[in-house]
Design a protein around this ligand. Sequence first.
Ligand SMILES: Cc1cc2nc3c(=O)[nH]c(=O)nc-3n(C[C@H](O)[C@H](O)[C@H](O)COP(=O)(O)OP(=O)(O)OC[C@H]3O[C@@H](n4cnc5c(N)ncnc54)[C@H](O)[C@@H]3O)c2cc1C
Length: 410
Amino acid sequence: MGERYDLVVVGAGPGGSSAAYYASKAGLKTLLLDRQEFPRDKPCGDGLMPHAAGEVAMMGLGDWLDEPHHGRFTGFSIFTRTAEIRQDVPPTLHGPHGYVIRREETDLKLLERAQAAGAEFLPRTRATKLLRSPAGEVTGLAAANGAPVDFAAPLVVVADGVGGFESKMKAHQNAVARRQYFRGVDGPNKEDIQVFMTEDLNAEGAGYGWVFYLGDGRANVGAGVSTRALAKTGRNLKDFFDRFLEEPKIAEWLRDAEPEGPAKSWSLKMGMWGAKTSGQGVMTVGDAASLIHPISGEGVGYAIESGRLAAAWSREAHNRKDFSASVLSGYARQLRRQRAREHLSGHALVNLFPNMDLAEPLFKACEGDRGASRALVESFTGDAPVYSLLKHPATFAAALKDVVGSRLRG
Ligand SMILES: Cc1cc2nc3c(=O)[nH]c(=O)nc-3n(C[C@H](O)[C@H](O)[C@H](O)COP(=O)(O)OP(=O)(O)OC[C@H]3O[C@@H](n4cnc5c(N)ncnc54)[C@H](O)[C@@H]3O)c2cc1C
């Protein structure tokens, strides 16, 4: 067995770096490893919602957020087939805005914070399995970095994204998304992030396209759909993405734009659904815990938050010298208390509607009701559960009447 640690963290994305940062700050001897070398790219929309920006700032990166080449958005625009909804975003620690920052940069910064707090980082090291005693207790981690290597630790935080190296903790992916950078996108309201609920992306499932502006003349343009939409249509993600780029408004904005680099795809695990977040000697955070918001597709803030909570429970388990499933279930409970309302209600909404195009009357009704449109946007930004729309019964009833009417006519 190799060197002994208090905690080993698998994966140095936002979830893993956050867990390693907070655990190291709490005095735990922490090893953070990743199969890749950093800086590394991670296909993403690069959007940091206000709550995610708050988490980044809490890791000591508040000033860095405001660097001029970063995108800063103050509003959120949703374009649907029949409606246009716009709202200001809630405030961050720095003011009422969120950010758009390339993940290549964000993830390196977060990793550097973990290292500065004392975490040891090993790149190009792939976790292969949890090591357990004959009684089944976690004793460490087996990994490979050219040669097999073992690390001893009573606790492992799994932050390997959609990797799923530990099959007992693996959750299902339920969406896929693709993005590409463009220079010179010529759309209005560059201070907003723009979301497009197009008919093509929603006719047989749920999905949206986006244009998120960076601060350096580039934009991150992407589209994501539920795996249900792929299964029902037999189409692939590239086909959905290419058609999104041909939507009249997007084609017009992209008319003089130059692509930078290839489009890249990745899968998403959303809605906390089916995820096992704790067990004896182990906790999962971020995408490994299915912590992507099922409506917005946003996961960076939840990854950092869950890493912070997992570090607190790592510290607690060490204090008690008890790494049992029962102690660590406290982490799972805290995570549920914090996030289950918006994640599970979003998951239910996306799955109850056979396709999100049926929600079009709701978008249209929200357009004329400021309170309802705020609730809709807040369900995207992760600031309110989607059922807060029920607090606007007149709008909801009008939308329901339209849905039923169009179903009867159709
Ligand atoms: C196209 C797209 C657009 C998105 N847009 C947004 C957005 O705008 N805003 C937002 O907040 N979220 C967005 N998301 C979601 C967001 O990217 C994820 O929620 C986020 O990356 C989760 O962070 P994480 O730390 O859990 O995992 P990751 O960032 O995936 O990091 C996991 C790390 O684990 C490493 N790893 C994997 N397996 C192993 C192994 N066996 N051994 C060692 N290391 C391993 C990987 O190399 C990786 O570095 C988007 C996702 C996609 C696909």
